[in-house]
Design a protein around this ligand. Structure first.
Ligand code: ZN
Length: 124
């Protein structure tokens, strides 16, 4: 039996990020509304019944293209990675990408001293 993996591509990873950003926005708004409702009840007349539970709004359907999406990064073997437990970047924990290094002038100055200084031994 041949299993066809749904390997990620830049377009699919973009769709993946967009989908979760949409869901996150919906959930953030829902949480804010619930908190505001509770706040109004706490500050208002407590003899009124407390706010009722409102079910969260539905999220958009999961796109079919990214269903079961695998990491797809090139492994040391040369084959694409098959892991499906992905971060929001659309890559797995092993292929999240390299560090992009220090960005600020301050960070670059710290890194520039790395090879010059003797190790500082700290006493607790
Ligand atoms: Zn991977």
């Amino acid at each position: 039996m041949v299993i066809f993996m749904n390997y990620s591509t830049p377009e699919k990873r973009k769709l993946y990020r967009q989908y979760y950003a949409t869901c996150d926005a919906i959930h953030t708004q829902y949480s804010a509304e619930n908190a505001a409702r509770l706040e109004r009840w706490l500050n208002g007349n407590r003899r009124n019944p407390p706010p009722r539970y409102t079910p969260p709004p539905p999220t958009p359907p999961y796109p079919k293209e990214i269903l079961g999406m695998a990491c797809g990064a090139k492994t040391r073997k040369g084959a694409p990675c098959k892991r499906t437990d992905l971060y929001l970047s659309g890559r797995c924990k092993f292929h999240g990408g390299l560090s992009t290094g220090p960005k600020t002038a301050e960070g670059k100055a710290i890194v520039a001293l790395n090879g010059l200084q003797a190790k500082q031994h700290q006493t607790p």
